[in-house]
Design a protein around this ligand. Structure first.
Ligand code: GLA
Length: 669
């Protein structure tokens, strides 16, 4: 049976626009005003009930749905669809008070109390029973309600717990994975430091210990943590699906969020949804956002996804919260749309008067509708209707970038040669020069079918399985272009070092191999030069590597490494493999990117792109977004209609700072 998905929502509605709506914080007369203002702003979807458990179940076993009935009726009558949340992200105080074993415990053994949110242990049988009971009643009550369009399970899953229930669940997970204790002892290498387990009951979560904890135990706990949350998500989802088979089910992701392996989660959802809050103080935010949006598209296998939450201006959870300049709200939202989002929603509709988030921006600020900010929100809602033809279309990419959660977890443990090689930092370094050229990139897991890509970039795969290494090798030999960043192929899926010259499973395809990892002194550039003698700088990391057939493209020029290769390029079968044995500065990575793209025969969306301008093609529409501070003049290939303004553009287009164009070539009209 085909599952419902994003298309179910956009069908007849166009792009989705709206936000979290928390009417339980307001008297009912405000609800009527809310709905009127939502209609005026073009809102067509709101997320309701995320934090309503205590309101629906004021005491154990009680049910109060009357208020929610009225909210859904009001919204339904106004033609506003509801993304109804299961309220299980924040149990009422009575749950933790009566059953303290439902509360999470941190790695030091401290229980975390109620008074905020997220205070549950995903492995607690009591939590699970109570959560599933309320989800069942919620689904029974609203199955068939005309306003119900989407289910939102929990909120931003990410809890990690070390309580006794979690330890028992961890043991069960390990038994499933390893079978017997001998296999566990081998996998974890427990002969090291006398860690051998003699009984399953001795096995615990990696709680705080006097010194560095067994890295494989930690890695398995990351895996278990993601799976334990997923098991709970699935239990809720299955209740919803059984009662409303035609209503899509999702939960909200958090971008490159470490505790949860979204590659394993995404297939369990009917559509991918993300919460994303770029920091206005971050100069790399536009590229970082693009990377995150591409990940969401990748998680959905290329299908349109949904930006479930973003902020209209400042959030209140950073220490110092910069606002978005005028126009930034629109620019950021349209960036997500250009990169595959069919839904653009916010946290939240009306700013709260009380509670921890009362200084967080909203679509309707405390000052009311007669405000600059709300005017921007309305204008954005209105223009989305003009972009309706974009709904359902896709971004086509010839470049894939590999990201893997297990490798991320394993890389960023204690006891590594350096803690400066962070997984997402490497990802962004390699992504940025591609983004600057308007080259579309799909984020993929290491196990993906790579055959459709001309270029595959592996910024870092510290941990790699034999099968994934074989797949990268076969891809290259069959004519692909592969790029591998430093400290890759180092450990196997148990986080045991692969012996021999590195990167052991990729040596052959790379035509190069190394023998020492050499972190570089902090704050001092590593000097290198290209084969033609031009110099460039790298930083943080170097390796002693030799060519085993690859052509040295760049070399180190100083110290013990002087004359040894820093970058190598190898013809392998019908393809080409690159190995980068250091961390080149941005300009040098940009130069490398030019060469790799040339090998792969891939070009960007436009031949010439001024700095700060993002270009991405979605279906027939070319989106141009000016993230820079000055006017940008962009030559365009063919006469086109700007869907945002209805005007025709030809030759070149001028974009003011934060301006966006959505160009549909006239010959496709
Ligand atoms: C997340 C949560 C929301 C809210 C916002 C604030 O996205 O899902 O409930 O706390 O953060 O930015």
């Amino acid at each position: 049976m085909t599952r419902p998905g994003m298309h179910t929502l956009t069908h007849g509605r166009g792009l989705l626009f709206g936000g979290d709506y928390n009417p339980e914080q307001w008297p009912e007369h405000v609800w009527t005003e809310d709905v009127e203002l939502m209609k005026a702003a073009g809102v067509n979807l709101v997320t309701v009930g995320v934090f309503s458990w205590a309101r629906i179940e004021p005491e154990p076993g009680a049910r109060d749905f009357g208020w929610l009935d009225r909210v859904l009726d009001l919204l339904g009558d106004a033609g506003i669809a509801v993304d109804l949340a299961t309220p299980t992200a924040s149990p009422p105080p009575w749950l933790g008070h009566r059953w303290s074993q439902t509360l999470p415990v941190d790695e030091s053994g401290h229980r975390l109390w109620y008074g905020a949110r997220n205070q549950f242990c995903p492995s607690s049988p009591v939590y699970r029973e109570r959560a599933l009971a309320i989800v069942t009643d919620l689904a029974d009550r609203y199955a068939g309600h005309p306003a119900l369009a989407l289910w939102h399970v929990g909120n931003e899953y990410g809890q990690i717990c070390h309580c006794d229930d979690s330890a028992a669940a961890f043991r069960a997970w390990l038994r499933e994975r390893y079978g017997d204790l001998d296999a566990l002892n081998d996998a974890w290498g427990t002969t090291f430091w006398s860690q051998r387990y003699s009984d399953w009951e001795e096995v615990i979560t990696p709680r705080r210990a006097p010194y560095m904890i067994n890295p494989t135990q930690r890695l398995d706990f990351w895996r278990f943590g993601s799976d334990a949350l997923l098991a709970h998500y699935r239990a809720e989802r299955d209740i919803l699906r059984a009662r409303t088979p035609d209503t899509p089910v999702t939960t909200n992701f958090m971008g490159l969020f470490k505790p949860v392996d979204y590659w394993s989660w995404a297939p369990e959802e009917d559509l991918v949804a993300n919460d994303y809050y770029p920091d206005p103080a971050d100069p790399l935010a536009p590229a970082r956002s693009a990377l995150t949006h591409d990940l969401m598209r990748g998680l959905g296998g290329g299908r349109p996804w949904m930006l479930m939450e973003q902020a209209t201006t400042a959030v209140n959870w950073r220490p110092h919260n910069l606002p978005k300049p005028v126009g930034q709200l629109r620019l950021e939202s349209l960036q997500a749309l250009a990169r595959g989002a069919d839904g653009l929603c916010y946290f939240q509709w009306r700013a709260s008067r009380f509670g921890a988030e009362r200084f967080h921006a909203a679509m309707l600020p405390h000052a009311g509708p007669d405000t600059r900010l709300h005017a921007e929100v309305r204008a954005h809602g209105a223009e989305l209707r003009r972009l309706a033809p974009v709904a359902g279309t896709r971004v086509a990419a010839k470049v894939a970038m590999v990201h893997d959660w297990a490798s991320w977890w394993a890389l960023e443990e204690r006891g590594q040669p350096s803690d400066r090689l962070d997984s997402t930092g490497q990802l962004l370094s390699y992504y940025r020069p591609l983004w600057e050229r308007g080259v579309a990139v799909d984020l993929v897991p290491p196990s993906a079918d790579l055959s459709g890509y001309a270029l595959v970039v592996v910024p870092n795969l510290y941990l790699i399985s034999d099968a994934d290494a074989a797949s990268l090798t076969a891809y290259t030999r069959a004519g692909g272009v592969l790029v591998v960043g430093p400290f890759s192929g180092v450990v196997d899926p148990l986080a045991h070092v692969r012996t021999g010259r590195f990167p052991a499973p990729l040596r052959e395809v790379l035509g190069a191999s190394g023998e020492e990892w050499l972190p570089a002194p902090e704050g001092r550039p590593v000097s290198c030069r290209w084969a033609d003698g031009t110099g460039f700088a790298a930083h943080t990391w170097t390796e002693l590597v030799r060519s085993d057939g690859a052509e040295p493209v760049a070399a180190f020029t100083e110290g013990d490494l002087a004359g040894h290769p820093a970058v190598l390029r190898h013809r392998s079968g019908d393809g080409v493999a690159w190995y980068v044995a250091t961390m080149p500065e941005h300009d040098a990575l940009a130069e490398l990117t030019t060469r790799m793209l040339a090998d792969a025969g891939v070009t960007g969306a436009l031949p010439e792109l001024p700095p700060g301008v993002e270009a991405v093609r979605r279906g027939p529409v070319l989106f141009l977004l000016n993230h820079g501070d000055g006017d940008a003049h962009v030559p365009i290939p063919a006469p086109a209609e700007d869907l945002l303004t209805g005007s025709t553009a030809e030759g070149r287009i001028t974009l003011a700072p934060r301006a966006v164009a959505a160009l549909r070539p006239l010959d496709t009209l």
